[in-house]
Design a protein around this ligand. Structure first.
Ligand SMILES: Nc1ncnc2c1ncn2[C@@H]1O[C@H](COP(=O)(O)OP(=O)(O)O)[C@@H](O)[C@H]1O
Ligand SMILES: Nc1ccn([C@H]2C[C@H](O)[C@@H](COP(=O)(O)OP(=O)(O)O)O2)c(=O)n1
Length: 233
């Protein structure tokens, strides 16, 4: 798929919140980051915030099944993250955890935080504040951005891909280090757990679905920009 959309067509100054949800490995982070670059917008990776809380809990020896303790940890966590699509960093209490939050051990545990409703409420509040602080020119991605965090966003997209494509992409991304069983655990099993608290498998009313199974990276970026264009003109 090619695109005639020129990002210059999206005027600066007008609010442009682009909300993108989808399952693991669908391309949310990488596609959203590139779309943000092209739109000269900020970029918010909300999954990084769930991961940062998870790492904090694990390091503090907090039992991830103790919802009261996990909620308190989310409320107390000192998380800072880059909102620039050109810089990737996440800090907890001033310490760089950019790589640590992507470790498989965090991926395997993060659903415990994501399914703690009190922790979600706290992170949703912070995400809404970050979106306001961006001056409402931002691409925000996660699982509940189109429905809970930014239901009134100018553009709302569900980015999907087949299980096979998502497993293949995650496997390549992790450098072929994971067994098929470990990949399934980190992608499909995690999605099943996360789906118990938020629906990111079906598009809510008004949300446009883009299936990237048969699209390459550039084609997917173009498809998102097309939706941004048609949703705002
Ligand atoms: N359309 C695509 N075709 C091929 N690879 C893709 C596509 N979209 C994303 N990728 C790659 O798949 C991997 C997973 O993407 P990522 O953005 O981390 O997904 P998510 O944030 O949804 O888990 C990354 O290495 C990314 O570069
Ligand atoms: N808005 C969000 C973002 C992420 N989550 C949860 C779901 C995921 O298991 C974790 C990590 O999210 P992340 O987007 O980094 O996950 P991926 O590995 O990219 O699929 O956080 C969520 O519940 N709500």
């Amino acid at each position: 798929m090619s695109s005639n959309v020129n990002p210059a067509q999206f005027r600066l100054g007008k609010p442009l919140v682009v909300a993108i949800d989808g399952p693991s490995g669908s391309g949310k982070s990488s596609i959203s980051r590139e779309v943000a670059r092209r739109l000269h917008a900020a970029y918010l990776d909300t999954g990084a915030m769930y991961r940062a809380v998870t790492l904090s809990c694990m390091e503090a020896g907090i039992d991830l099944t103790d919802s009261v303790a996990v909620e308190a940890a989310a409320e107390n966590a000192d998380i800072a993250l880059s909102l620039s699509p050109d810089e990737e960093w996440v800090r907890v209490s001033g310490r760089d955890v950019t790589d640590a939050i992507r470790e498989p051990v965090v991926s395997s545990s993060v659903s415990a935080v994501a399914t703690t409703l009190g922790a979600r409420a706290e992170l949703v509040r912070r995400q809404q504040q970050l979106i306001r602080d961006s001056g409402l020119r931002i691409v925000a991605e996660g699982r509940d951005i189109t429905t809970v965090v930014a239901p009134h966003a100018e553009v709302r997209i569900l980015l999907t891909a087949s299980e096979e494509a998502r497993l293949r992409r995650r496997g390549i991304q992790l450098g072929g280090t994971q067994t098929a069983a470990a990949l399934k655990e980190q992608v499909l099993v995690r999605d099943a757990k996360d789906s118990t608290v938020v629906d990111f498998q079906q598009a809510a009313d008004g949300v446009v679905t883009i299936d990237s199974s048969d699209l390459d990276f550039e084609e997917t970026v173009s498809a998102v920009l097309e939706v941004v264009f048609t949703s705002t003109h």
